[in-house]
Design a binder for this molecule. Structure first.
Ligand SMILES: Nc1ncnc2c1ncn2[C@@H]1O[C@H](COP(=O)(O)OP(=O)(O)OP(=O)(O)O)[C@@H](O)[C@H]1O
Length: 370
């Protein structure tokens, strides 16, 4: 942990981003990363178990002291060579997988306890955090009487109340069952919409990534395999990032029409729209949709006798062999958006598909991220 070797951090103003370079060697694992992360929005650190997500987050918090480390936060030096700003002097809020709340204190006392030594925190920040996470009805309760999701909301409020300039969350939903997770995801979206500080969020859950991430960093065996803005990165054919079993894209969409007779709703995105089963969502509601490549087929002409009603016209703008030599990924531009279709190489050859060609996509299924 960073501690003894302190000097005053030098400040270069005007840089919004986070620059992190770490080399940390353990007997059976080495973290070796060189990253520039955006100074706003949610960056998800994604990757399989043991890939180093938590270790990277702990390096950024100053909880690990790698042999070689360089960290600048918005121009401020947090670590460089022998200099290391100790964790308690970094303006961070940290949320762990399990909310560790004092069992003998009420929710409000737990929140206040977290602020005891923080000279920056103001009562208004605590009130704002309580309001954002809708904790008022829970303030007098003891942690033993809270659900897992409620405990995590308290942990998030505690992290926010210290006026952090950087929020770090390590799989905050991993210990929750599906229903509790669905309860808490809207609060994370709220955080996303209301905060102008960056949030680094560790996850290996596809749905959390598709729903929350602005930016993604894919780690494998301690190294960065890919990174970039989520929507663009997923739309690259050679990206190693897969949310689910197949390649696919995430689109920003809006509920644009309801068909009460057939219980369907139309989701419009930049360049087209798709119909899907109606849900309890109002017109105009913004949400993300995840469309996997295996759910998209390609035709040269519009299909009139198919059961698949979602047809989109577009232009092929890239083609690549998938992980199997017999399978291709075809990227098609539909207006300002792109979709990826997966088909056999033989089928692509039979249809004579080439880059620049106009095609019709049939979309069998879309997953709503709400
Ligand atoms: N304190 C430690 N001492 C030694 N090795 C550790 C320590 N903590 C983690 N490791 C090892 O470092 C590697 C990376 O662990 P880390 O927890 O960062 O991975 P992760 O991607 O967050 O995994 P998970 O998704 O399972 O939480 C693993 O091989 C792990 O066994």
């Amino acid at each position: 942990m960073c501690g003894a070797r302190n000097q005053t951090g030098v400040t270069d103003m005007g840089m919004g981003e986070i620059q992190a370079r770490f080399h940390l060697a353990r007997p059976s694992f080495t973290l070796d990363v060189d990253l520039t992360l955006p100074g706003r929005g949610i960056t998800v650190l994604f990757g399989p178990s043991g890939s180093g997500k938590t270790t990277l987050l702990r390096c950024i918090a100053g909880l690990e002291q790698p042999r070689e480390g360089y960290l600048r936060f918005q121009g401020e030096r947090w670590q460089e060579d022998a200099y290391c700003l100790p964790t308690h002097r970094r303006p961070i809020g940290y949320v762990f997988q399990e909310a560790s709340l004092f069992p003998h204190l009420t929710v409000l006392e737990n929140l206040r306890f977290g602020l005891r030594r923080n000279t920056q925190a103001r009562p208004a920040d605590l009130e704002a955090a309580i309001a954002l996470l809708e904790l008022t009805p829970l303030l007098g309760r003891n942690p033993a009487n809270l659900s897992g999701g409620e405990r995590q909301r308290v942990a998030m409020a505690r992290a926010l109340a210290v006026r952090p300039r950087l929020l770090l969350m390590d799989e905050p939903l991993a210990a929750l069952d599906y229903a509790r997770k669905q309860e808490i995801l809207p609060y994370l979206e709220r955080l996303h919409d209301n905060l102008d500080i960056p949030l680094l969020y560790v996850s290996h859950a596809h749905d959390e990534v598709a729903r929350l991430a602005d930016h993604i960093v894919m780690l494998q065996a301690g190294r960065v395999l890919a990174q970039g803005p989520l929507l663009e990165t997923l739309a690259q054919l050679d990206t190693p990032i897969r949310l689910g079993e197949d390649s696919g894209v995430v689109l920003q969409a809006q509920v644009s029409e309801l068909d009460q007779e057939w219980h369907l709703m139309r989701l419009a995105f930049d360049g087209g729209s798709v119909w899907t089963r109606q849900r309890d969502l109002p017109l105009g509601r913004q949400l993300r949709v995840h469309i996997q490549a295996r759910d998209v087929s390609v035709a040269i002409r519009p299909q009139t006798d198919s059961s698949i009603q979602n047809q989109l016209q577009g232009v092929v703008d890239a083609m690549a062999i998938d992980t199997h030599p017999g399978v291709m990924l075809i990227r098609v531009k539909v207006g300002a958006s792109v979709l990826i279709a997966r088909l056999t190489k033989r089928s692509a050859s039979t249809l004579g598909i080439t880059v620049g060609q106009s095609v019709w996509l049939q979309v069998k299924s879309v997953a709503l991220m709400e």
